[in-house]
Design a protein around this ligand. Structure first.
Ligand code: PGA
Length: 261
């Protein structure tokens, strides 16, 4: 088995949405039938805001859908007003995202902090999706590979290779996130190859083989197939399109079709 779970992963990053609790529950209920129908072929995980973790968990009761938080703090407890620790989350969900580009750009998260968050997540028994990706100016300057390698190196240095089966890396070019300007599959595939190479350097081939690498950035029902059919791509991290139950359900089905090939 190449990773913790050999199925491709479709992860729904809801960001700071929906505003109303009932809408969060409805969205979770809306994607559950497709997630259940294709559960053998696709792993689905939802990442709602912290305050909707409990209601969404209730809505998913018994369903084959994973649940995760969008961020965590690296300390277990302490004087960190407004923060939620990975240890606290472990009672509510099984996953956490670390180092999303919005956290890096809007809240000043550093590579080192992302590494500490990812390490805390593993320590707490969670699975982690660590995000990497270059900004548009970095891409224009031909620095994509350098930036991705640096971000990846910082996070992997904080993680034990023996826990690689609980690690997922999402390559999300910043210029593609929420812009409708998704990366060309070939271009995304090349950078995911860089990620794969970095994983092998850091963890060794065997442990690296257990890590799934995802693409994220304006993935939708119309283009998801073009990513998951890439050799280097083991799923997608989806923002905007995951807020529409019908579209996300179509995406689950599309990924299942590729997995069945
Ligand atoms: P998007 O967001 O699908 O809306 O581009 C992806 C993400 O931020 O993970």
């Amino acid at each position: 088995m190449p990773h913790d779970d050999a199925r491709p992963l479709l992860a729904a990053n809801w960001k700071m949405n929906p505003v109303v609790r009932a809408d969060a529950v409805e969205l979770a209920r809306g994607v559950t039938p497709a997630a259940l129908e294709y559960a053998e072929a696709v792993e689905v995980a939802l990442f709602p805001p912290f305050c909707w973790l409990a209601p969404v968990a209730g809505a998913l009761d018994g369903a084959a859908v994973g649940l995760g938080a969008q961020d965590c703090h690296w300390e277990r407890s302490g004087a960190y007003t407004g923060e939620v620790s990975a240890a606290m989350l472990s009672g509510w969900c099984g996953w956490v995202i670390a180092g999303h580009s919005e956290r890096r750009a809007l809240f000043g998260e550093t590579d080192e902090q992302v590494g500490r968050k990812a390490a805390a997540a593993l320590e707490a028994g969670l699975r982690v999706i660590a995000c990497v990706g270059e900004r548009e100016d970095e891409m224009d300057a031909g620095r994509t590979e350098e930036v991705v390698r640096r971000q990846l190196g910082a996070v992997l240095a904080a993680l034990p290779a023996a826990e690689s089966h609980r690690v997922v890396i999402a390559y999300e070019p910043v210029w593609a996130i929420g812009t409708g300007r998704s990366a060309e599959p070939a271009q995304a595939g090349a950078t995911m190859g860089v990620v794969r190479h970095g994983l092998e350097e850091a963890f060794g081939a065997e442990a690296a083989g257990r890590v799934r690498v995802l693409y994220g950035g304006s993935v939708n029902a119309a283009n998801v197939t073009s990513y998951v059919e890439l050799e280097s791509c083991a799923g997608c991290l989806v923002g905007g399109a995951s807020l529409k139950a019908a579209e996300f359900s179509t995406m689950i089905e599309a990924v299942a079709r590729v997995a069945a090939r």
